[in-house]
Design a protein around this ligand. Structure first.
Ligand SMILES: Cc1cc2nc3c(=O)[nH]c(=O)nc-3n(C[C@H](O)[C@H](O)[C@H](O)COP(=O)(O)O)c2cc1C
Length: 150
């Protein structure tokens, strides 16, 4: 059997998305790449991509990273953090990945305290959020392995 080394790509300005990215990476023994600048080359069979929500979309470096790579043959788990509402963040990522040949196996949105408005989502992500993130990671891995066998 082929050994799969998932990679978790993320951008984070104030640490929330990085906290979730680290939980996902440690649940899977995955490599962690970030904070992204947008110029990285994606190189994984199973990739997780995480972003904060900025203006109801992914942050700029994540948009660039997704648009500048070819996702054909890549299985992807998407996650974002948001203070109020993620809006079209996950949808934006899913569309671009699928347009570029990738297969999205799961999506997760997690609350993250807003640096300028800490009353929004105070203390998030918390332990419960990180448990959800680990479960999400394992579910995506399971779907990936099932797909490989089919
Ligand atoms: C410039 C900026 C724009 C943001 N726009 C949104 C938004 O549209 N919707 C939302 O729910 N949260 C928004 N937020 C809150 C962040 O998405 C949230 O706090 C996130 O967890 C920050 O992630 P980070 O710590 O990884 O940078 C915004 C934050 C910043 C700094």
């Amino acid at each position: 059997m082929r050994v799969i080394q998932p990679i978790v790509y993320y951008f984070s300005e104030t640490g929330n998305t990085e906290t979730v990215a680290r939980a996902i990476a440690s649940a899977l023994g995955a490599d962690l790449v970030g904070p992204l600048t947008g110029r990285e080359r994606a190189d994984a069979d199973l990739a997780f991509i995480g972003t904060p929500t900025h203006g109801f979309r992914p942050a700029r470096p994540v948009r660039d990273f997704i648009e500048r790579n070819d996702w054909s043959g890549v299985s992807v788990g998407l996650f974002c953090t948001y203070a109020l509402h993620p809006g079209g963040t996950l949808r934006w990522m899913r569309r671009r990945i699928e347009d570029r040949g990738g297969r999205v196996l799961g999506e997760l949105a997690v609350k993250g305290e807003h640096s300028a408005l800490p009353l929004l989502a105070r203390g998030r992500p918390n332990e419960r959020d990180l448990r959800r993130a680990r479960r999400f990671a394992l579910n995506v891995l399971r779907r990936f392995e099932r797909g490989e066998r089919d």
